[in-house]
Ligand binder design. Structure first.
Ligand code: GDP
Ligand code: MG
Length: 425
């Protein structure tokens, strides 16, 4: 079984939490795109963990974790993340963590470029996490990237770094008029954090293809959600990588046809970090109440997240783009304070009501059509089976399921590992 676990919305749907839960049935968990702009929160018996780069399977000692070729890796950050986890007793060895030799290193000048560009844009900024992600993916496609496997040939790495830094300074110093980077400093930085990672670096594609032959169960953990995908998301307010299930094989080096199923993680309401159209957005007291109830502050950056009601139009689109077979509906408990639950059931685009997610100027002009359904207005956080749920909560789940056209299999009612239930029908 090869399963992709992906975000249906804008990210922060609770993927980390669901991967941690579902990975008990898998042998291998892979991250296949993105970098330390991810923030996946996992709460279990050992404590609370926020994972930026490591796959969420790292908290289960028997699971092998892969950081795939599609990722961009800030090795200083990775080193810090590994040290922190090891200090809290989590086992990390070359047996349970394998890093692709083809993954690209996110370097200090990528972070600098990200910050310089956001500052230059001022009010027009994208709301980048400022972790260098767009610049490093840009360099990958310009073929100016440095890969983790390059660490194995120090002589050629050194001259490669010299040449690329000279090129990068045309922009950093020449364009932005900032302090130029020194090739030697970048090289030393790579050695400082890369050398201790060497034992983890390998051809993870070979490992995975062998694992498939051996019948191992493999899970692919996506970062962000469908609406942040570089192709299908709200461009240019997207991430710089493919957040969709179809990229999992490419970002790890297995044949596309091997993927067997996709589980979409969908939040019971909407939240988004950064700029760009967010049609369902609520403001004022109403937004504040939902933000507080859901603890909607970024795991990677601490920024308050924008919030709104569940958006049928955006979520149905997310389900289609991801090709989800089943859904996990998360954070349903957060809405327990509402007497009436708002749902965005359509968009008004220049006077026309639609349920198809629009693109470009039509999306900029869209305003939400809101319907209200009955709230359950009681604590559901201790419900562990479908029959424990109040009728109004069940109705809300069924209502959403029908609107997005995909079965909801799991419902999460709390951040803890065991706070979930499986829908029986
Ligand atoms: P990810 O980026 O998709 O992994 O999600 P994040 O970790 O950024 O955000 C999800 C947040 O919601 C985290 O703080 C989780 O601990 C928390 N969480 C996940 N599922 C639930 C749930 O069902 N109920 C509640 N109350 N919190 C949840
Ligand atoms: Mg997150």
């Amino acid at each position: 079984m090869l399963t992709a676990i992906v975000g249906i919305n804008w990210g922060d749907e609770g993927k980390g939490r669901m991967v941690d839960l579902l990975s008990k049935d898998y042998d291998v968990v892979c991250r296949y795109q993105g970098g330390n702009n991810a923030g996946h929160t996992v709460i279990n018996d050992s404590g609370k963990f926020i994972l930026n780069l490591l796959p969420s399977g790292i908290l289960r000692p028997e699971v092998v974790n892969i950081m795939g070729n599609g990722m961009v890796i800030d090795i200083e950050h990775l080193y810090g993340e590994m040290e922190k986890l090891k200090a809290s007793g989590i086992k990390i060895t070359p047996d349970n963590l394998k890093i692709s030799d083809r993954a690209i290193i996110c370097l200090p000048y990528h972070v600098k470029q990200d910050v310089l560009e956001e500052e230059r844009l001022k009010d027009m900024k994208f709301g980048s996490t400022r972790r260098g992600i767009a610049p490093v993916y840009g360099d990958k496609y310009l073929k100016k990237g440095i890969r983790l496997g390059d660490l194995f040939n120090k002589e050629s790495l050194k001259s490669q770094v010299e040449q690329i830094v000279e090129w990068k300074n045309l922009l950093i110093a020449g364009g932005y008029k900032s302090v130029p980077f020194k090739g030697e400093d970048i090289y030393n930085w790579i050695l400082k954090y890369g050398t201790c990672l060497e034992e983890y670096i390998t051809d993870t594609g070979i490992y995975l293809n062998k694992a498939i032959k051996e019948g191992k169960k493999i899970m692919f953990e996506a970062q962000l959600g469908a609406l942040r995908d570089i192709d299908f998301g709200i461009y240019p307010y997207t991430s710089s990588s493919s957040t969709i299930a179809a990229y999992a094989p490419i970002g790890t080096g297995i044949p596309g046809k091997k993927l067997t199923n996709t589980i979409g993680i969908m939040k019971a309401y909407s939240s988004c970090v950064g700029e760009g159209p967010f049609t369902s957005e609520m403001f004022g007291e109403e937004a504040e109440a939902l933000r507080e109830a859901g603890g909607e502050y970024g795991a990677a950056t601490g920024r308050p997240r924008r919030v709104g009601p569940f958006d049928v139009v955006a979520s149905k689109y997310g389900v289609t783009v991801q090709g989800a077979d089943d859904l996990a509906l998360t954070k349903l408990d957060v809405m327990s304070y509402m007497k009436k639950v708002p749902v965005v059931t359509g968009y008004n685009v220049n006077g026309n009501i639609t349920t198809e997610f629009p693109v470009g100027e039509d999306l900029n002009n869209a305003t939400p059509v809101i319907e209200y359904v009955d709230g359950w207005n009681c604590d559901i956080s201790s419900c562990r089976k479908q029959s424990d749920l109040p009728e109004a909560a069940l109705n809300y789940i069924k209502y959403i399921e029908e609107k997005v056209g995909c079965p909801i299999k799991y419902v999460s009612v709390g951040a803890d590992r065991e706070a979930y239930l499986i829908m029986e029908n």
